[in-house]
Design a protein around this ligand. Sequence first.
Ligand code: LLP
Length: 391
Amino acid sequence: MGKMFNSAIVEKFVGKETPFYYYDMGLLQQTLKSCKDASSKYGFHVHFAVKSNFNKRVLSAIKEIGFGADCVSGGEVSRAIETGFTNNDIVFAGVGKSDAEINLALDNDIFCFNVESVHELEVINELAGKKGKKASVAIRVNPNVDAHTHHYITTGLDENKFGVNSWDLPKIVDTLKASENIKFLGVHFHVGSQITDMNVFKSLCVKVNEIQQWFEERGVTVKVLNVGGGLGVDYHHPDEHSVADFETYFKIFNDFLEVKPHQEVHFELGRALVAQSASLITKVLYLKHGIKKDFVVVDAGMTELMRPALYQAYHKIENISYLDDQTKATKPYDVVGPICESSDCFGKEVELVEASRGDLIALRTAGAYGEVMASFYNLRPGIRSVYSDEL
Ligand code: LLP
C-alpha cells in the first residue's frame, strides 16, 4: 500500500474546517479484506469491537464485509442494530451492564452476552426469566496472562477487574446448572490491547485449552471459544506497515488452540481493523518560541485525540503541507493543542518540516480509540469526519 497522503489529496483539504478525522476508505477496505481472507481460511468468526470506532461509515463497511459486532453498552448495541448487523451477529460484553442494557439486548435476541461475574449471571438469568426468554452466554474468564502492553490496557491479570477469576469458576458452573433461563455457549477471554508480542497469544491458547477442558470435565459443553482481540498495529511506520499481520495472528490460533469439531472460534478485533485507516488532520494556529524549545500550537487537542494525554501513546506526526518540496528543512517542535491542560501535548521534540501558520498536520494511525474517545471538555465543538471517497 502506498502513502496515505499526496499533494492532490492535501489540496482537497484546503478550505475545510479543521480539525477532522480523515478516513482512507480504500485502506479500510484493504484491511478488512485482508482480515477476512486470513480468518476465513480457518473458519474463524470475527466480531468488530465497536468501542474502537462507532463511526457509521466505518461500521457499515465492517458489516458489509460480513463481520459481527462486539458491543459494550446499550448504545453500541443500538448502533449495531441501526447499522444493519443482524441480532445473531451481536455480542454484548462489559463488566457493568445495567438492567436497561440487558433488557435491550434480550429484546433484540442478540447472539451472546459475555458475562463477567457470578452476580451478573444471576441477574441476566432473572431478567431473561421475566421475559420468558433464554439468554445465551459466554463466561469471560480471566486467564492471568500478561499481555506485555501498557498497564492501562492490560486486562487479563488477576488484579484486573475483568472476567471471572479461576477461584470463582466452580461457583459459575453451579450457577449455570441452576439457571433455567441461561443457555451456556462457551468461554470468552481478552488479555489486553495493542499486543505486538505474538507469544502472548500462544500463552493465551494454552490457557484456553486448559480452561475449556476444565469446563468439559464438569459436564459443561463448550461450543464457542471467544479469544477476544488485542492484535496491535505499527504506530511508528504507518505507511510501511499499513495493514496488520492477520496471517501470522490467525495462524497462531490455528496452530495452538485445540478446536473440536463441534466448536467455533470467535475473535473481537478492534484496533487492528481500523487504526491505520484514519488520521486526525489539524491546522497550525501559532508558532511559539520558548527558551529551550519551539512549540507548534494546533487546533486539535486531547478533546479530539485523547490517547497521547491519557496513555502517553505515540502517534506519528507529519506536516503534510509541503509533500512535493523535499528541500524544506525540518526542526524539532513540541506539538500542543489548545486545551487548558499541560498533558494536552501530542508529541515532544517531534521532527517536523518547518511549520507556518495554516499548515496542515496529520496525526497518523488515529482510526481506533480516536474519535470515539473525544470529549466536550472546554466546550469543544465535537468531531468532524472526511472520507476519501467523498473528497
Ligand atoms: N474485547 C474486549 C473484551 C476488549 O476489552 C477490547 C478492548 C477488545 C475486545 C478490542 O481490543 P483491540 O483489538 O482493539 O485491542 N483505549 C485504549 C484501548 C482500550 C481497549 C479496551 N478493550 C487505547 O486507546 O489504546
